[in-house]
Design a protein around this ligand. Structure first.
Ligand SMILES: *Cc1c(COP(=O)(O)O)cnc(C)c1O
Length: 225
Protein backbone atom coordinates (compact mmCIF):
# COMPACT_ATOMS: atom_id res chain seq x y z
CA UNK A 1 0.00 0.00 0.00
CA UNK A 2 1.15 3.49 -0.74
CA UNK A 3 1.66 5.68 2.29
CA UNK A 4 -0.80 8.16 0.78
CA UNK A 5 -3.58 5.53 0.79
CA UNK A 6 -2.82 4.42 4.34
CA UNK A 7 -2.73 8.04 5.42
CA UNK A 8 -6.15 8.71 3.96
CA UNK A 9 -7.62 5.73 5.83
CA UNK A 10 -6.04 6.80 9.09
CA UNK A 11 -7.16 10.40 8.70
CA UNK A 12 -10.71 9.21 8.09
CA UNK A 13 -10.64 6.99 11.17
CA UNK A 14 -9.18 9.79 13.29
CA UNK A 15 -11.83 12.21 12.06
CA UNK A 16 -14.56 9.74 13.01
CA UNK A 17 -13.05 9.11 16.43
CA UNK A 18 -12.86 12.87 16.96
CA UNK A 19 -16.47 13.24 15.95
CA UNK A 20 -17.57 10.51 18.36
CA UNK A 21 -15.74 12.19 21.22
CA UNK A 22 -16.46 15.82 20.38
CA UNK A 23 -12.85 16.68 19.62
CA UNK A 24 -11.13 18.62 16.86
CA UNK A 25 -8.78 16.77 14.49
CA UNK A 26 -6.40 19.70 14.86
CA UNK A 27 -5.70 18.56 18.40
CA UNK A 28 -4.36 15.20 17.24
CA UNK A 29 -0.85 15.04 15.78
CA UNK A 30 0.04 12.00 13.72
CA UNK A 31 3.57 10.74 14.18
CA UNK A 32 4.89 8.29 11.59
CA UNK A 33 6.89 5.56 13.29
CA UNK A 34 9.52 4.58 10.74
CA UNK A 35 11.50 2.06 12.78
CA UNK A 36 10.57 -0.92 10.60
CA UNK A 37 11.06 0.73 7.23
CA UNK A 38 13.75 2.09 4.94
CA UNK A 39 14.69 5.75 4.67
CA UNK A 40 13.08 5.73 1.21
CA UNK A 41 9.78 4.65 2.69
CA UNK A 42 10.13 7.27 5.43
CA UNK A 43 10.66 9.85 2.72
CA UNK A 44 7.40 8.76 1.14
CA UNK A 45 5.68 9.75 4.37
CA UNK A 46 7.40 13.13 4.34
CA UNK A 47 6.32 13.64 0.75
CA UNK A 48 2.72 13.10 1.93
CA UNK A 49 3.18 16.00 4.33
CA UNK A 50 3.89 14.02 7.48
CA UNK A 51 6.71 15.91 9.15
CA UNK A 52 6.57 14.22 12.55
CA UNK A 53 8.77 11.13 12.38
CA UNK A 54 9.65 8.73 15.18
CA UNK A 55 12.16 6.01 15.83
CA UNK A 56 12.47 3.90 18.94
CA UNK A 57 16.24 3.57 18.87
CA UNK A 58 18.91 6.20 18.77
CA UNK A 59 20.80 4.45 15.96
CA UNK A 60 17.77 4.28 13.69
CA UNK A 61 16.93 7.91 14.28
CA UNK A 62 20.40 9.16 13.47
CA UNK A 63 20.54 7.01 10.35
CA UNK A 64 17.24 8.35 9.00
CA UNK A 65 18.20 11.88 9.92
CA UNK A 66 21.49 11.66 8.06
CA UNK A 67 19.94 10.19 4.95
CA UNK A 68 16.81 12.34 4.77
CA UNK A 69 18.52 15.67 5.53
CA UNK A 70 15.28 17.61 5.77
CA UNK A 71 14.85 20.57 8.12
CA UNK A 72 11.08 20.31 8.04
CA UNK A 73 11.13 17.03 9.93
CA UNK A 74 10.31 17.05 13.63
CA UNK A 75 12.11 14.13 15.27
CA UNK A 76 10.61 12.06 18.06
CA UNK A 77 12.49 9.43 20.02
CA UNK A 78 9.83 7.10 21.39
CA UNK A 79 11.86 4.28 22.90
CA UNK A 80 13.92 4.10 26.03
CA UNK A 81 17.44 5.42 25.92
CA UNK A 82 20.53 4.09 27.63
CA UNK A 83 22.27 6.72 29.69
CA UNK A 84 25.55 6.26 27.87
CA UNK A 85 23.91 7.04 24.54
CA UNK A 86 22.39 10.33 25.63
CA UNK A 87 25.37 12.34 24.47
CA UNK A 88 24.91 11.15 20.89
CA UNK A 89 21.31 12.23 20.63
CA UNK A 90 20.86 15.50 22.51
CA UNK A 91 20.40 18.41 20.17
CA UNK A 92 19.09 16.06 17.48
CA UNK A 93 15.61 15.31 18.76
CA UNK A 94 12.63 17.58 19.25
CA UNK A 95 10.58 15.30 21.51
CA UNK A 96 11.49 12.47 23.84
CA UNK A 97 8.60 10.18 24.76
CA UNK A 98 10.19 7.75 27.19
CA UNK A 99 11.44 9.61 30.22
CA UNK A 100 11.15 7.10 33.06
CA UNK A 101 14.11 7.36 35.37
CA UNK A 102 16.01 9.96 37.31
CA UNK A 103 19.40 8.88 36.06
CA UNK A 104 18.27 9.41 32.49
CA UNK A 105 16.77 12.81 33.29
CA UNK A 106 19.98 13.80 34.98
CA UNK A 107 22.12 12.76 32.04
CA UNK A 108 19.86 14.46 29.49
CA UNK A 109 19.88 17.66 31.47
CA UNK A 110 23.64 17.58 31.85
CA UNK A 111 24.24 17.07 28.14
CA UNK A 112 21.78 19.61 26.78
CA UNK A 113 23.80 22.73 26.23
CA UNK A 114 21.05 25.18 25.53
CA UNK A 115 17.30 25.32 25.30
CA UNK A 116 14.86 22.75 26.55
CA UNK A 117 13.87 19.27 25.52
CA UNK A 118 10.17 18.48 25.36
CA UNK A 119 9.63 15.24 27.23
CA UNK A 120 6.82 12.85 27.94
CA UNK A 121 7.02 10.86 31.13
CA UNK A 122 6.32 7.25 30.26
CA UNK A 123 3.87 5.61 32.62
CA UNK A 124 3.33 1.87 32.91
CA UNK A 125 -0.40 2.10 33.52
CA UNK A 126 -1.13 -1.54 32.81
CA UNK A 127 1.51 -2.66 35.31
CA UNK A 128 2.90 -5.37 33.02
CA UNK A 129 6.39 -6.36 34.11
CA UNK A 130 7.59 -6.37 30.51
CA UNK A 131 6.79 -2.70 30.02
CA UNK A 132 8.94 0.37 30.52
CA UNK A 133 7.71 3.37 32.38
CA UNK A 134 7.19 4.38 35.94
CA UNK A 135 4.24 3.18 37.97
CA UNK A 136 1.31 5.38 38.86
CA UNK A 137 2.25 5.64 42.49
CA UNK A 138 5.74 6.89 41.63
CA UNK A 139 4.49 9.54 39.25
CA UNK A 140 4.01 12.52 41.57
CA UNK A 141 7.38 12.09 43.25
CA UNK A 142 9.09 11.62 39.91
CA UNK A 143 7.57 14.81 38.54
CA UNK A 144 8.64 16.65 41.70
CA UNK A 145 12.26 15.55 41.39
CA UNK A 146 12.41 16.82 37.81
CA UNK A 147 12.23 20.39 39.15
CA UNK A 148 16.02 20.48 39.38
CA UNK A 149 16.53 19.98 35.63
CA UNK A 150 16.34 23.33 33.89
CA UNK A 151 16.63 21.87 30.39
CA UNK A 152 13.72 19.43 30.63
CA UNK A 153 10.05 20.24 30.21
CA UNK A 154 7.36 17.66 30.86
CA UNK A 155 4.83 18.41 28.17
CA UNK A 156 2.75 15.30 28.79
CA UNK A 157 2.49 11.61 29.58
CA UNK A 158 3.04 8.60 27.34
CA UNK A 159 1.93 5.00 27.61
CA UNK A 160 1.59 1.80 25.63
CA UNK A 161 -1.58 -0.21 26.02
CA UNK A 162 -1.31 -3.97 26.56
CA UNK A 163 -1.23 -6.10 23.46
CA UNK A 164 -4.76 -7.44 23.67
CA UNK A 165 -7.95 -7.58 21.63
CA UNK A 166 -9.93 -6.53 24.67
CA UNK A 167 -11.07 -3.01 23.88
CA UNK A 168 -12.24 -2.34 27.43
CA UNK A 169 -8.80 -3.12 28.82
CA UNK A 170 -7.15 -0.82 26.30
CA UNK A 171 -9.66 1.96 26.89
CA UNK A 172 -9.19 1.72 30.63
CA UNK A 173 -5.43 2.22 30.27
CA UNK A 174 -5.83 5.29 28.03
CA UNK A 175 -8.50 6.76 30.25
CA UNK A 176 -6.33 6.32 33.31
CA UNK A 177 -3.39 8.05 31.60
CA UNK A 178 -5.64 10.97 30.84
CA UNK A 179 -6.74 11.21 34.48
CA UNK A 180 -3.12 11.19 35.59
CA UNK A 181 -2.32 13.86 32.98
CA UNK A 182 -5.18 16.03 34.22
CA UNK A 183 -4.01 15.75 37.83
CA UNK A 184 -0.50 16.92 36.98
CA UNK A 185 -1.71 19.61 34.62
CA UNK A 186 -3.99 20.99 37.33
CA UNK A 187 -1.00 21.46 39.62
CA UNK A 188 0.24 24.14 37.20
CA UNK A 189 3.88 23.24 37.62
CA UNK A 190 6.22 25.62 35.82
CA UNK A 191 8.43 22.93 34.25
CA UNK A 192 5.60 20.41 33.76
CA UNK A 193 2.65 21.96 31.92
CA UNK A 194 1.65 18.38 31.06
CA UNK A 195 -1.05 19.16 28.53
CA UNK A 196 -0.29 16.37 26.05
CA UNK A 197 -1.06 12.66 25.80
CA UNK A 198 1.13 10.41 23.65
CA UNK A 199 -0.89 7.22 23.22
CA UNK A 200 -2.28 5.03 20.46
CA UNK A 201 -0.54 2.81 17.92
CA UNK A 202 -1.66 0.99 14.77
CA UNK A 203 -4.18 -1.31 16.43
CA UNK A 204 -5.55 1.01 19.10
CA UNK A 205 -5.23 4.62 17.93
CA UNK A 206 -8.97 5.10 17.43
CA UNK A 207 -9.61 4.27 21.08
CA UNK A 208 -6.72 6.52 22.08
CA UNK A 209 -8.18 9.45 20.13
CA UNK A 210 -11.57 8.88 21.76
CA UNK A 211 -9.84 9.00 25.13
CA UNK A 212 -7.98 12.23 24.42
CA UNK A 213 -4.68 11.41 22.69
CA UNK A 214 -2.92 14.48 21.31
CA UNK A 215 -0.06 12.54 19.71
CA UNK A 216 -0.63 9.15 18.09
CA UNK A 217 2.36 7.02 17.08
CA UNK A 218 1.64 4.89 14.05
CA UNK A 219 4.03 2.56 12.28
CA UNK A 220 2.58 -0.59 10.73
CA UNK A 221 -0.75 0.87 9.56
CA UNK A 222 0.90 3.90 7.98
CA UNK A 223 4.29 3.02 6.53
CA UNK A 224 4.19 -0.74 6.96
CA UNK A 225 6.19 -3.33 8.84
C1 LIG B 1 6.85 0.64 17.33
C2 LIG B 1 6.19 1.62 18.21
C3 LIG B 1 4.99 2.24 17.82
C4 LIG B 1 4.27 1.94 16.52
O1 LIG B 1 3.77 0.65 16.52
P1 LIG B 1 2.77 0.13 15.37
O2 LIG B 1 1.99 -0.92 16.03
O3 LIG B 1 3.63 -0.37 14.27
O4 LIG B 1 1.92 1.28 14.96
C5 LIG B 1 4.44 3.17 18.69
N1 LIG B 1 5.03 3.47 19.87
C6 LIG B 1 6.17 2.89 20.28
C7 LIG B 1 6.74 3.27 21.59
C8 LIG B 1 6.79 1.94 19.46
O5 LIG B 1 7.92 1.36 19.89
Amino acid sequence: MRVADNLRNIQTAVARACERSGRSTEDVTLIAVTKYVSPERAKEAVDCGIYNLAENRKEGLLEKQTILQDDRIIWHLIGTLQTRKVKDIVGKIDYFHALDRLKLANELNKRIEEGILNCFVEVNVSGEASKHGITEDQLDDFIDTLAQFEHLRVIGLMTMAPNTEDIDVIRHVFRRLRELRDQIRDRKIRYAPCSELSMGMSHDYEIAVEEGATFIRIGTALVGE
